[in-house]
Design a protein around this ligand. Structure first.
Ligand code: FAD
Length: 550
């Protein structure tokens, strides 16, 4: 069947009270769609997704609406905002296709060293990437702003030029995108075109409440079903059909997967007992190793109009900072207008999060001043772009805790940006490279005459881009700039890491019939951007599971 006309995608209100499948996948996101489509070619599969479809939603589908989509904080938005305990605004997906339906679209494979470190089979990895790329990866248009960034990166010494490629290679390149030549987004939900329509069932607005476990098998509890709630609050039960090979696969993302395991009784016993959850497996590592690659930016107002672009040109430096760019007024304007609602978000979360918050900007006075400044800038037409850097890894990490017992709520999460001094060094070198790009000759046509690098730094320092305090030295020292103006590039991962929460086959340690397959299993964000590898992983593990089944 062709997207969006899937006969097997239905609202959960149509689900029977009880149903049976060979596999139940929780989370119809970037990994979840991929693994569901794969498994359905050998077994019956139920996919539970808490959001709706990406199709027909202009905010999701149109490249110019990336910022608008993130700015939508309504309860039905495909993007659910959260603020980490670090005082940094963030977002997680709530829609079929998951992060691939709200992200910036950049598509790139992981480097071979990542595949080696994770212990995957190269042949199957390459086949799985190719399977994904046949549906959702495109070559971008590469217009003038992105071309100037590419040329500027080369002048800044990020060599050689590697042309257009999906591969992660040191130097400068144009990468792939999930936006087609018309600026229309394709998401992991399109991978369901590969699904067997007879053996696949997808329920939307189906929020998994908990995984059910039966008596112990070889001393371990066996997962046998999932309770999920539909949009009118009715509970349904889905059970695994009899069969030793049948399984539940959790693909609810780096926030959702550790959250659901904990709500189901797999997690640190003390935390579970604190919330009154019966302990099924005492697993202290659930929710640990949460990491988010810090993003730092310079915003460059341009005297001339620029194309609307998300990420295309990328510099992969020797020191593991990745330089990327985005341009066009609609995304930048919407991104900045997002800030008042983000502040409200913060206020509503403050009471519900369990851990103390660091010194974030909390006074209304601070916020009002910052917003006034932002509005004064927004009054003029903004042409321009953003050059950003993301650091590899990162080395710094934190944790996730339940804030409530409602799976719809965001858990409390802390990433401890720049706790590791090497992360900070990398950020500073990345910022120095960005400055070289802006000062390069190919970029000169996008510089407002007389606007110095210091004034570009001051713009960022004065924006309420996050809720962290500013210091006297924020605009004077790149170290302090990195720490104080840090943003998320939304590549957060961890919480159910391999060899800590799951084994190398992604099976949950201490339980039977349960795997986690998504970004929560990573120790590092793969390549410059992770979505290609997350989709690949869904296909990869799905193929392995079917091979074991035969
Ligand atoms: C704004 C933004 C920009 C980004 N830009 C890029 C980019 O340009 N390139 C790139 O490669 N990566 C990018 N990323 C990162 C990338 O999109 C994510 O790393 C990736 O999508 C994560 O995939 P996942 O399968 O782990 O989780 P997700 O795709 O988030 O999937 C999890 C799914 O589970 C569902 N779910 C959660 N809990 C439940 C529950 N209890 N019951 C039912 N369903 C549930 C969610 O609704 C969601 O659909 C970006 C991310 C964001 C948010």
């Amino acid at each position: 069947e062709k997207a969006p006309h899937y006969s097997f995608v239905k609202p959960a209100t149509l689900a029977p009270p009880v149903s049976y499948f060979d596999y139940i996948v929780v989370g119809g996101g970037t990994a979840g769609c991929s693994i569901t489509a794969t498994l359905s070619n050998g077994a019956t599969v139920l996919l539970l997704e808490r959001g709706g479809v990406p199709y027909g939603n202009k905010n999701v589908e149109n490249i110019g609406s990336f910022g608008v989509n993130l700015a939508d904080v309504s309860p039905t938005s495909p993007s659910q905002g959260f603020v980490s305990e670090d005082g940094v605004l963030n977002a997680r997906a709530r829609v079929l296709g998951g992060g691939s339906a709200i992200n910036a679209g950049f598509y790139t494979r992981a480097p071979p060293e990542f595949i080696t470190r994770v212990g995957l089979d190269y042949g199957l990895v390459n086949d799985s990437y190719a399977w994904v790329e046949r549906k959702v990866a495109f070559e971008p248009a590469m217009l003038q702003f992105q071309t100037a960034v590419k040329d500027g990166l080369l002048q800044a010494g990020v060599n050689p030029y590697n042309g257009f490629t999906f591969d992660h290679i040191k130097g400068t390149k144009f990468g792939g995108t999930i936006f087609d030549k018309n600026g229309h987004r394709h998401t992991a939900a399109d991978l369901l075109e590969y699904a067997d329509p007879v053996r696949t069932t997808v329920y939307l607005f189906a929020v998994a409440q908990k995984i059910l476990f039966s008596r112990r098998e070889l001393g371990k509890p066996r997962a046998y079903g999932v309770i999920f709630k539909d949009s009118v609050g009715i509970l349904h039960r889905a059970f695994l059909r009899p069969g030793a090979k049948n399984e539940i696969i959790v693909s609810a993302g780096a926030l959702g997967s550790p959250q659901l395991l904990m709500l189901s009784g797999i997690g640190p016993a003390t935390e579970l007992r604190f919330h009154g959850i019966e302990v099924v497996v005492d697993q202290p590592q659930v929710g640990q190793g949460m990491a988010d690659n810090p993003m730092n930016i310079l915003f460059i107002p341009s005297p001339i109009a620029v194309e609307t672009s998300l990420i295309q040109a990328v510099g992969i430096t020797e020191f593991d900072s990745f330089i990327e760019a985005t341009s066009g007024s609609t995304n930048i304007r919407a991104f900045m207008q997002n800030l008042p609602s983000a502040a409200q978000n913060l206020a509503s979360q403050t009471n519900s999060q369990s851990k103390e918050r660091p010194n974030v900007i909390t006074t209304q006075g601070d916020l009002d001043k910052a917003l006034e400044y932002m509005h004064s800038l927004l009054n003029g037409t903004i042409h321009g772009g953003v050059i950003l850097e993301k650091i590899a890894g990162p080395r710094s990490s934190g944790y996730l805790h339940l804030s409530t017992l409602d799976p719809n709520d965001n858990p409390a999460v802390r990433f401890n940006y720049f706790q590791d001094p090497d992360d900070l060094k990398t950020c500073v070198m990345g910022m120095q490279t960005i400055i070289k790009v802006i000062e390069s000759e190919p970029f000169s046509k996008f510089r407002v005459p007389g606007m110095t690098i210091q004034s570009l730094i001051n713009v960022v320092v004065n924006f309420p881009l996050n809720l962290r305090p500013r210091h006297f030295s924020t605009a004077l020292s790149l170290e302090q700039f990195c720490i104080d103006t840090v943003l998320s590039i939304w590549h957060y991962h961890g919480g159910c890491q391999v060899n800590k929460v799951v084994d190398k086959d992604y099976k949950v340690l201490g339980a039977v019939g349960l795997r986690v397959v998504d970004g929560s299993t990573f120790y590092e964000s793969p390549g410059t951007n992770p979505q290609a590898t997350v989709m690949m992983l869904g296909r990869y593990v799905g193929q392995k599971i079917l091979a074991e089944r035969r």
